[in-house]
Design a protein around this ligand. Structure first.
Ligand SMILES: [Zn+2]
Length: 210
C-alpha cells in the first residue's frame, strides 16, 4: 500500500490536459484531510497509505517545491536541491535501501521469495512506475536511454530502478505461480477438473466412490 501510495501523487501525469502536474495531488490542504480520514477509518492500511503519500511530498519538497495550499494559493514550499542532483540520488537510493531493509525485517520479502497470491497486487505499482516514467519523459522530451546513463548519479538511480522493477516483476511472477498452484491443488473443484481433463483411470475411484 505504501509503495503504491508513494507513486500516487504523480498520477496527475495521467490526466495531463485536465490537471496540471504538481498542483492538486501535491497539496497538503487536500491530502492531509484524506490521510487523517484513512488513518482513523483503516488504521494500519490507512497509515501505510499516508506514509507513502507524505513521503512523496517530503521528497518532492527536498529536490524541488510543492504547493501546500493549492488551490487556495500558488505559494511553494521546498529547498529545491535539484533533480537530478546528488541529493536526489541519495534520497532515491537511500529510500530503496531502507525499503529493502524494512521488507527483510517485517517479512514482506516473502512476497518475492515465495508463492503468494497477494503479490499480484504489485502489478499496480510496477505498471504505474513504468508508465509514469515513460509519459513524463515523453511530455518533457527527455530521451530516457541517453539520459539514464549520462551521469554517475543518474546511473546509480537507473540501476536502482532496474533492481526495483526486477524485484516487483519477480514478485508478480510468484503471485501468478501461487494462483496456478491453488488451481491445481485438490479441492472443491479439482475433482471436476480431473474428470474433465483426464480419462477415468484406476487412480481416481477413491475420490469418486459413493
Ligand atoms: Zn511528485
Amino acid at each position: 500500500m505504501a509503495l503504491l501510495a508513494g507513486v500516487l501523487p504523480d498520477f496527475d501525469i495521467y490526466f495531463k490536459p485536465l490537471i496540471l502536474h504538481h498542483t492538486y495531488t501535491h497539496s497538503l490542504i487536500i491530502l492531509l484531510p484524506i490521510c487523517a480520514v484513512l488513518v482513523i477509518r483503516l488504521k494500519g492500511l490507512g497509515l501505510a497509505f499516508s506514509a507513502g503519500i507524505l513521503s512523496h511530498l517530503v521528497a518532492d519538497s527536498i529536490v524541488g517545491t510543492i504547493p501546500p495550499l493549492y488551490p487556495l494559493s500558488d505559494f511553494q514550499v521546498g529547498i529545491s536541491l535539484g533533480l537530478p542532483s546528488p541529493a536526489d540520488t541519495a534520497l532515491e537510493v537511500g529510500a530503496l535501501g531502507l525499503v529493502l531493509f524494512l521488507a527483510y525485517l517485517n517479512g514482506d520479502y516473502k512476497l518475492v521469495s515465495e508463492a503468494h497470491r497477494e503479490s499480484v497486487y504489485l502489478t499496480i505499482p510496477l505498471v504505474s512506475i513504468v508508465t509514469l516514467t515513460l509519459l513524463f519523459a515523453g511530455d518533457n522530451n527527455v530521451s530516457l536511454a541517453e539520459f539514464a546513463f549520462s551521469r554517475k548519479a543518474l546511473t546509480l538511480i537507473t540501476l536502482g530502478h532496474a533492481a526495483l522493477i526486477g524485484i516487483l516483476s519477480l514478485a508478480i511472477l510468484q503471485g501468478v505461480r501461487a494462483i496456478m498452484i491453488d488451481k491445481q491443488r485438490p479441492g472443491q473443484t479439482s475433482d471436476n477438473q480431473s474428470r474433465e481433463h483426464q480419462p477415468l483411470g484406476p487412480s481416481l475411484p477413491s475420490n469418486i466412490s459413493p
